[in-house]
Design a protein. Structure first.
Length: 533
């Protein structure tokens, strides 16, 4: 057969998801009954339904029973029903779920001697619902670290908690907003990127119970773990700007920080011939701190190439006191600010938007700390939303004072819970929140987590590497690569602060390919971190 079958006793074997063709082979192999323990549609539309499999099984002379069990919800009641089926059905029997692990857990429960006061395993951390590793978040960090762990230890039982059925390559949304990338190429189904041997729990995490090594889901299920990786990303807090949510995607108000809005940015840019364009940046932290001004540069480049820039007033409002956090890159960026005749407004934070009136209100702080509100009109407004740690993390025992998952910035291990690690935008490490940073952090977490599991010292060290390809014009990028303290960490033998055509090709061609085919597949090209002495 084309599936891996594990024999548990003389009557029962288990396997992972089966197809209609697999079922024909199962019948030929002599099985008399099949038990389906995987809920319909758990794996997406490609998964055959229990009804389809049942109809085929009956035509092949086999019994078929649907006993669905959600991940993390294996209970004594399920075990009793499973035991009754094993006793009643003709053998040999093949039970299946996503990977065969729930079917195996059911067999274990069925063979246990049940006591009168036994509780459901969904309320306890044991073999019925405890994974070797639970990963909260199915974004760049979650998928990347899962793939890297499984490359190193294929036998690990890993679960990914992620509610979304789509996975996005967000770094390209700036290019979409500049008319240089197809938005459809930035999204794939989650089923295409999750490693096949990992369990996908399509649900939202609700809270953490590190004392009992459990994650509680929004639907009430409790998922046990031996080790936990926290990487749910950062939350876009649109609601923090009054009136913003009501006008996004219309009235000239847009943002490259949303999949559905990046194409609207390009529509506004190419249709604006004169007027006023405002670009905003909120207080840190935000993901990809260069993205707010990248939107401005690509817009200005288009207007300049089409001889409209002289008729458009461009203004960049940032809540910060500097243009970019790493001083070495400010001079070359200022050259482009001058080239595009853009006005810079520092210490200027967007607080409200009236889309119908096309006005935006900013809180402006002067050198003495005094704050006043100033209203500005616009024809186009590109907003970078305020950002914060997800609520379930911010209000948990894992969070630091800022709400992000507390970690040692070198090992990415939690300082109070040694079996917990974090990476990506949700962790407290003071690095730039970029996909390039995650690419390095994946290796640090994978190696240090396995070292902890196997009783070895944590010797893989993160140096704070992050990269921000600053798209200053169509065809040129300043590839800003730096670590903790703003230390320059260039990967190429080029002057780091110079705009480059090569860096543009990397940004638009190579990096997306490496993301889908390298980082998400556990291939750690150019991602090796340092080692401690």
């Amino acid at each position: 057969m084309g599936i891996d079958v594990t024999k548990l006793d003389d009557k029962l074997s288990v396997t992972g998801q089966i197809s209609l063709n697999d079922l024909r082979e199962i019948a030929k192999s002599g099985y008399k009954a099949v038990i389906c323990n995987r809920p319909d549609y758990e794996g997406g539309d490609d998964q055959p339904t229990s009804k389809q499999l049942e109809e085929l099984a009956k035509s092949l002379g086999m019994a078929f029973v649907y006993l669905p069990v959600e991940i993390g919800a294996v209970s004594t009641e399920h075990g009793e029903k499973f035991k009754e089926l094993i006793n009643a059905l003709p053998g040999p029997i093949l039970a299946y779920c996503g990977s065969g692990k729930r079917a195996t857990a059911l067999h274990g429960l069925a063979t246990q001697r049940a006591s009168n006061n036994q509780q459901p395993t969904s309320d306890a951390c044991n073999w019925g619902n405890a994974f070797d590793v639970v990963i909260v978040g199915g974004g760049s960090a979650g998928i990347g670290v899962t793939a890297s762990l499984l490359k190193r230890r294929p036998s690990l039982r890993i679960a990914i908690i992620e509610p979304s059925d789509k996975h996005y390559y967000q770094p390209a949304w700036t290019l979409v907003g500049g008319g240089d990338y197809d938005i459809a190429a930035t999204v794939r189904n989650m089923t295409e990127v999750i490693p096949p041997s990992a369990e996908w729990i399509q649900a939202s995490a609700a809270n953490f119970d590190p004392g009992n090594s459990r994650v509680t889901l929004a639907d009430g299920r409790a998922i046990g773990y031996r080790q936990l990786i926290v990487c749910p990303g950062i939350r876009l807090a649109w609601e923090k700007v009054k009136g913003l949510k009501e006008t996004l995607g219309k009235n000239g108000v847009t943002s490259n920080y949303a999949y559905e809005l990046a194409p609207y940015t390009w529509s506004l840019v190419k249709n604006l011939k004169k007027g006023k364009a405002l670009f905003t940046q909120p207080p840190m932290p935000i993901k990809c701190a260069g993205a707010p001004q990248k939107a401005m540069y690509l817009s200005c480049d288009h207007w300049q190439r089409n001889q409209n820039l002289d008729n458009i007033e461009v203004e960049f409002n940032t809540a910060g006191a500097v243009l970019f956090g790493v001083a070495d890159f400010v001079p070359p960026l200022m050259e482009y600010v001058k080239r595009y005749h853009a006005k810079l407004a520092f210490n200027s934070n967007l607080v409200s938007v009236d889309g119908a009136k096309k006005t935006a209100c900013f809180e402006i702080k002067d050198s003495n700390g005094n704050v006043q509100q100033i209203e500005k009109s616009f024809d186009m407004l590109h907003v970078t939303p305020p950002q914060m740690a997800p609520d379930f993390l911010r209000n948990s025992p894992l969070a630091d004072a800022s709400g992000f998952c507390e970690v040692d910035q070198k090992t990415l291990q939690h300082p109070r819970y040694s079996n917990i690690f974090s990476l990506g935008d949700a962790c407290s490490s003071p690095n730039a929140k970029t996909a390039a940073a995650i690419r390095k952090q994946v290796v640090v977490v994978a190696e240090n987590m396995l070292a902890k599991k196997e009783g070895r010292d944590l010797t893989t060290i993160y140096d704070g590497y992050g990269a921000c390809p600053l798209t200053v014009e169509n065809g040129k990028v300043i590839l800003a690569e730096f670590g903790f303290g703003g230390k320059l960490l260039p990967s190429l033998p080029l002057k780091a602060t110079n705009p480059s055509r090569i860096a543009w090709l990397l940004k638009t061609k190579l990096f997306p390919w490496l993301y889908w085919n390298g980082m998400l597949k556990g291939r750690e090209w150019l991602a090796r971190p340092g080692k401690s002495n």
